[in-house]
Design a protein around this ligand. Sequence first.
Ligand code: NAD
Length: 469
Amino acid sequence: MVEHTNRYGKLFNKQKNNQFQVGNSSYNERIKKLNKLQNAIEVTYREDIKEALHKDLGKPVLETELTEIYAIIGDIKHTKANLHKWMRKQKVSTPASMLGSSSYYKFESKGVCLIISPWNFPFNLTFGPLVSAIAAGNTAIIKPSEMTPASSKLMAKIVKDVFMEDEVALVQGEVETSTELLKLPFNHIFFTGSPAVGKIVMEAASKHLTSVTLELGGKSPTIIDKTANIDKAAKKIIWGKFLNAGQICICPDYILIDEAVKNEFIASCKKWLKSFFAGNPKTSDSYGRIVTNKHFERLKSHLKNAESLNAKFEVGGQTDGNSKYIEPTLISDLQPEATLLEEEIFGPILPIVAYKSLDMAIAYINSKERPLALYVFSKSKSNTNKIIANTRAGGTCINNTIIHYTNHNLPFGGTNNSGIGKSHGFFGFEAFSNKRAVLKQHTFGVTELLFPPYTDFKEKLARFTIKWF
Ligand code: NAD
C-alpha cells in the first residue's frame, strides 16, 4: 500500500487502512454512530453550539435551533428511518439474451472522503454531509471554515468525543490546510463554498480523478409577477433574505418584479421589516451580524458603489464597523453595471429590479450564471410554468423562499456555476456511494454460443438475436 507522507498523510493512511471495516459495517453499526452524533448535538453540546454561534455570527438562539440543530437532527432522523431501504441490494431485470444470469446493484462506500465546509451555517453544513458519509459507510476527514473559530473548535471537540480518528477526524486550519489535504487521493470530496474555490477543489480532485460534490453559490433571483399576493410575498422574502443577516447560499439575492406592483411591494417590505425587528434591527435580538471585517468591508463597498451610481435606497444603508452591523437594506433603480447586480451579495442588501415583461425577466436570468435557487411569486400557473420551463436552477420554491432546502425528500444542489451533484437524504447517501453493478452467471450462458471460432451458423444466430432480443 502507498504510504502518504504529507502533513495529513498519516491520518489519511489510518482511515485508508480502516476503509473496508467501516465500509462493510452493518445497518445497526451505522445507526449506532448516527445516534451518538445525534445525542452529542441534541443533548450534550446543544448549549455550547448556541454559544459558539453567537460568538461567531451573533446568531439568534431561535435561528440556531432551527437552522443548525433541527437541520442536523432532522437529517439524522430521516436517514435512520430510511437507511435500511437505501442499503438494500437493488435487483434489476436481465435481458432474455443473457438467459442464465441475474443482476443487481448495490450502494457500497466510496472509501476515504474529504468534507470541506463554509462558515455561514458551520454545524449544519459540516455535520449534514457527515451524516450522509456515515450512512454510506465511509471514513471522513473534515476541514471546517477558519472564519468561525468558536464553531470550528467546538466541532473538533464533538468529533473527537464521538468518533475514532480512523473513522472521522476534523482538521482545523486555513487555505493551506485545504491545499495540503487536497493533494491526497481521496475517494470522494464534498465541498461547500464559493464557485471560485469550487474550481480549485475540482482541479485538485482531477489529479486523482476523485469524484466531487460541489455545493456552491451565486445569485438566486426572485421573480414577482403582478398576479402575486404582494404582501405575503414581501413577508416571506424579508424573512428569507434577512435570516442569518443575508449570509445564506439560497437567500433571494435580488428581486425581479413587474413594474406595476413595485411600489406596493416596497411598502409591504418596509412594514414587515419594522414588524420583524421592532423598528430597530441594531438592537433587535432577532437580527445577526456579518461574520468578519473583510466581509463587512466587502458589503460596505457594494453600498458605496450603489450610491455612486445614484441608486435609490428605499430602506437602510446604515452600517457600524464596531459590531459588524449592516442594516437590512433595500435598493432600487440600480444601473445594470452595479456590483450588487454582478456579484453574489451574501449579506443583508436586497436589490429590486423592475421588469416590463416576464420575457424580459426570464432573458435577464438566462444572461447570468445558473442559480442555486430561483423563487417565483405568482398566482398564475401559466406564468409559473413558463418561468420553470425556460430557466435552469438547482431548485425552485413557489410562493415561498428557502424552505425547499428543509424537505429531505428533495435533492439539494446547484447546476454548473452553482454546483455539481446533489445532497440531502437519499441523494446525499447516493453522493457518498459507489453504485456497484453485479451480474451473476448461474447456468450455461447463451452468450457462449457466440464465442469463437465464428461460423455461418453463429453469424445467423447473432443476426437473429439482434432482431428478436
Ligand atoms: P469559501 O469558498 O471561501 O470557503 C469554503 C471552504 O473552503 C472553507 O473551509 C475555506 O477554508 C476553504 N478554502 C478557501 N479558499 C480555499 C482555497 N484557495 N483552496 C482550498 N480551500 C479553500 O466559501 P465561504 O466564504 O466559506 O462561504 C460562502 C460561499 O459558500 C458562498 O458563495 C455561498 O453561496 C456558498 N455556500 C454554498 C452552500 C450550498 O449548500 N450550496 C452553502 C453555504 C454556502
